[in-house]
Write a protein that binds this ligand. Structure first.
Ligand code: NAP
Length: 315
């Protein structure tokens, strides 16, 4: 498994980061064993980077695998920490530390390699978010300093939701990485990813397969089994965009899964893709696909041009 240094840190992370969001939340779900095998297989294949959140309600499923795996001391954990949450109003250092302490226990580790800090408020829009950030920024930075001094956390990154919030987050003292949705049909963050890299800050791409739209399994919504989660009307425009991508690039037409999982890694500063892995088959396929990705500005520019065309307001 290829590894990359996350810019601004001492973390050498596998280019695939295991994402557990779609794992079962209850023990009576028949898919529990399959998901545990997928996590074990990912670590066996050299995945050393593990994403998680208390919000997914799935760490209970991960704990036994992580507790027993011989490579557990080599693993680097990135965890979501939304403080303040939607209705909190302000930043509470004790709440942040409680999230970290719970994660240390549940993930059977001594240190969280990277905290994906998030700030939330209502309305969920840039202007109130920017005002809130300005008021809590220094307290957040100080809290992370303290958590680092206590040895609980190595680095801080940020998931800022929107490009303007992302630009503002680059200025948080001690912030090392931008963590954001990024894939061939979701490229709003590209300018900020580039700005972060110019300042020595790294990038992690979330949902490289756009939740499963960008795979070779289903060319369009008509091919989906009845009742599939991607059959909802909100995905129609994304399948249209997928079709245009396949027309634009022969490599995407030939194997969309392979193209999409490699695409974020065509950016030098993208250290890893945080992808949902639900079976051993998915693990092996994606691990095979991500080997040896090189920077490719030409392909990134072509895909961005299509993205701009597809997302420009019509009329
Ligand atoms: N705000 C945040 O921090 C945030 C938000 C969203 C997600 N995340 C993280 O990002 C991770 C990934 O998000 P995501 O699951 O929404 O998007 P994704 O990684 O783009 O898509 C994952 C889906 O792709 C399908 N897939 C995986 N490997 C495949 C393969 N080899 N061939 C064909 N299909 C394959 C699976 O579909 P099936 O389900 O059909 O198996 C899987 O559910 C999450 O687990 C979570 O850790 C973070």
């Amino acid at each position: 498994m290829d590894k990359r240094r996350l810019l601004g840190t001492d973390l050498d992370v596998s280019v695939i980061c295991y994402g557990p969001m779609r794992a079962p939340q209850t023990q009576d779900d028949p898919a529990v064993a399959q998901h545990q095998r997928a996590l074990r297989a990912a670590i066996d294949r050299g995945v050393n980077f593990i994403h998680s959140s208390y919000e997914y309600g799935v760490r209970w499923l991960m704990t036994p695998v992580l507790r027993d795996h011989p490579r557990r001391h080599d693993l680097l954990h990135v965890i979501k920490a939304p403080v303040p949450d939607w209705d909190d109003g302000g930043f509470d250092p004790a709440k942040l530390e409680a999230h970290i302490d719970a994660a240390l226990r549940e993930l059977c580790t001594d240190r969280i390699a990277l905290v994906q800090w998030m700030w939330r408020c209502r309305p969920h829009e840039d202007p109130p978010r920017l005002t809130l950030l300005a008021g809590i920024r220094d307290a957040v930075a100080e809290s992370f300093e303290r958590l680092r001094d206590k040895g609980k956390v190595a680095h801080m990154g940020c998931f800022p939701y929107f490009p303007q919030s992302a630009e503002a987050a680059l200025d948080i003292p001690g912030n090392r990485a931008l963590i954001a949705y990024y894939n061939p049909i979701e490229m709003e963050m590209l300018p900020v990813i580039q700005a972060a890299a110019a300042r020595g800050q790294g990038f992690l791409a979330i949902r490289p397969l756009f939740e499963g739209v960008l795979t070779s399994r289903y060319a369009d919504q008509a091919a989906l089994p009845a009742g599939h989660r991607l059959a909802k009307p909100k995905y129609a425009a994304h399948f249209d965009h997928r079709a245009r991508l396949a027309t634009l690039l022969p490599e995407a037409a030939q194997d969309m899964t392979r193209f999409a999982i490699r695409f974020p890694l065509m950016l030098d500063s993208c250290a890893s893709v945080i992808v949902g892995l639900n079976s051993e088959t998915q693990v092996h396929e994606l691990c095979d696909h991500v080997q040896g990705v090189q920077p490719d500005d030409v392909t990134v520019a072509r895909v961005k041009q299509l993205f701009d065309e597809m997302t420009q307001p019509k009329g």
